[in-house]
Design a protein around this ligand. Sequence first.
Ligand SMILES: [Zn+2]
Length: 323
Amino acid sequence: MDGGTGTLLKHSGAHLSHTEYTTLWSAAPLTDPSRHHHVVSAHTKFIQAGANMITSNTYACTLDMLSKAYPNMSLKELTQKRNELAKTAMLLAKEAVDTSKADVKILASIPPLSVSYRPDLVKENDGLIEEYSGLIETISPYADVLLCETMSSLVEAKVAVNAAKEFGGGVDVWCSYTVDESGDVRDGTEIVEAVKALNIDAALINCGTPEACLIALKKLNVAGVTEEMDVGVLPNGYVPIDASTFTLRPGDSTASEDEGSVKPKEIIGRRKEISDNALAFVDVFKEYAENGAKMVGGCCDVMPEHIRAFRIAREGFEKKKVA
Ligand SMILES: [Zn+2]
């Protein structure tokens, strides 16, 4: 699979300011046709590194995110803007796949609708259903898979998955949970229970530390989930995230102040020994495969170099197996 498209966009100069980064995050280059090439290029880099699935850049296409960037827009205008940006993101993913001429699936990212990693900020049910159904109807015509990702709460995951099943036109629905250091969902739900509660075609674990993702995978493997459905793992390269205080809003505690810098500053602590080492995930991904994972890739801070290094190493393991 691919890695952290949002991180790659940040590094590629797709943002005009740190404020734009904290208000629009990965949606920023979608708002401006002269910056669309950054999105195509990010997908292309992962495809060239060996990813056979890419995730659309729709993670920040939420009303909550857009309302920060466009505070004077009505709900109707925000919804139109969301649909426009989400459709653009899907078309840019398709452009990258078509140009590559490779056999690559497009996973349409269906994000949490409020702040990432914060199960305490999940909206009320009715608002969730309405927003998810509108997003899903917009993106599903261009998707091979609808991927509800970085779900920090069972409540939100259930609404997202049910909406994807109902409004997704029959496209396969996968769900990916973000896990804490115990390998469970950030709202405290045990990972096996959280996966079994959903009607999904594949289960994934994303945006936890590599170690936490392994703990979660082992729980799913022991419980037989890896036999029942395909399981994938996409760790990040961050230090453990404090889910009680995380925010992307400028001026809040964990977001850096804007000093007029064009290059966005780090909001979550990176583990440089992982992020800056192309070989960092080779053994980790191998261990995931040995523990039942059918798909591996990365989340925030996982770069094309990491994916490429694993692809090359995997060819080596497979040659050894045959020999
Ligand atoms: Zn992530």
